[in-house]
Design a protein around this ligand. Structure first.
Ligand code: ADP
Ligand code: ZN
Length: 293
């Protein structure tokens, strides 16, 4: 019989719990609302307790301490979701479930899912951008998820305001950072309608692609990855992909001549696992926790 691993996608509005096999096959999945830890964590424990999991992997909303060896490893940090601030989520689950636990950010989890089980399997240098309620970045470099002292916050890099855009920005810390300019709520605030209802407004997606392309250009210059994978609700607007590729080409301006940049259709791609990349990545985090507890 194949071994069963637990996977938790811990989000600010819901907790997706699943069990699966090392191959990434999901056997069962359920979703619970994220309320307060005293209520939500016992429900997660109840779900996993009777399912004979070997280990648990968590892709967690942030900021979260994912640095192995740190005194506060597995703790949710300065989140605006106050009941979860300084909550030791790994300790709470490990104490009851008594199995190895692995944790990384939600977006690093999605990236791990894509490079383990998706179209980007085998690549070693990849950036994953999620563009939804917020903007997050996961970075894989030399085959390892990058953490630094915390983890990437490339959703908050500064961008140049594009001509004609007078929107003041949605980020409470930085106003017009990448997230402040280009997240789903920023699109809605700028244009007065939810992003999904603006599909036929050419100017909306030209501007959005302009900002995403700036971020990709900057991250290309810094990290020189093999590929960018774009996920999250806003990227359901598939017309963005050709616009982003064209603007990245313009921004690079012929300066880089690599096989990757000469093949933008494979350099900038959508997520390939049909919104299961996060939970599949969490399965992989569980497998890794088992191998190296
Ligand atoms: P979250 O980031 O909260 O995990 P999502 O990735 O689904 O969830 O992102 C939600 C955001 O994406 C919302 O701001 C919403 O307006 C936007 N969004 C969702 N679906 C679409 C769509 N089809 N087209 C454009 N924007 C969308
Ligand atoms: Zn910001």
């Amino acid at each position: 019989m194949s071994r069963i691993f637990g996977a938790l996608e811990a989000g600010g509005t819901k907790m997706v719990c699943a069990i699966g096999e090392e191959t990434g096959r999901i056997l069962e999945q359920t979703s619970l609302p994220t309320t307060v830890p005293e209520e939500t964590i016992p429900r997660i424990i109840d779900y996993f307790r009777d399912r004979s999991i070997e280990a648990l992997g968590i892709g967690c909303f942030g900021p979260v301490d994912v640095k192995r060896g740190s005194a506060t490893w597995g703790t949710i940090l300065m989140t605006p979701k106050l009941p979860w601030r300084n909550y030791r989520i790994v300790d709470a689950l490990q104490r009851e479930l008594k199995v190895p636990v692995g944790i990384d950010t939600d977006v690093n989890g999605s990236l791990l899912g894509e490079v383990t089980y998706g179209d980007s399997k085998g690549l070693t240098d990849v950036v994953y951008l999620t563009i939804g309620t917020g903007i997050g970045a996961g970075i894989l470099t030399h085959g390892e998820l990058l953490h630094g002292t915390l983890h990437s916050e490339a959703g908050h890099i500064r961008l140049q305001i594009l001509p004609g855009d007078t929107y003041a920005g949605k980020c409470p810390y930085h106003g017009t950072c990448f997230e402040g300019l280009a997240s789903g709520p920023a699109i809605e605030a700028r244009w007065g309608k939810p992003a999904a209802m603006l599909a036929d407004r050419e100017e909306v997606w030209q501007l959005e692609a302009g900002y995403i392309a700036q971020a990709i250009t900057t991250l290309t210059m810094i990290l020189s990855p093999e590929r960018f994978i774009l996920g999250g609700g806003v990227m359901h607007q598939e017309q963005l992909f050709p616009l982003i590729r064209e603007k990245v080409r313009e921004n690079i301006a012929g300066y880089l001549d690599t096989p990757q940049l000469n093949d933008l259709d494979h350099y900038i791609v959508p997520a390939s696992l049909h919104d299961d990349q996060g939970i599949m990545g969490a399965i992989r985090l569980a497998v890794e926790a088992c191998e190296d507890p």
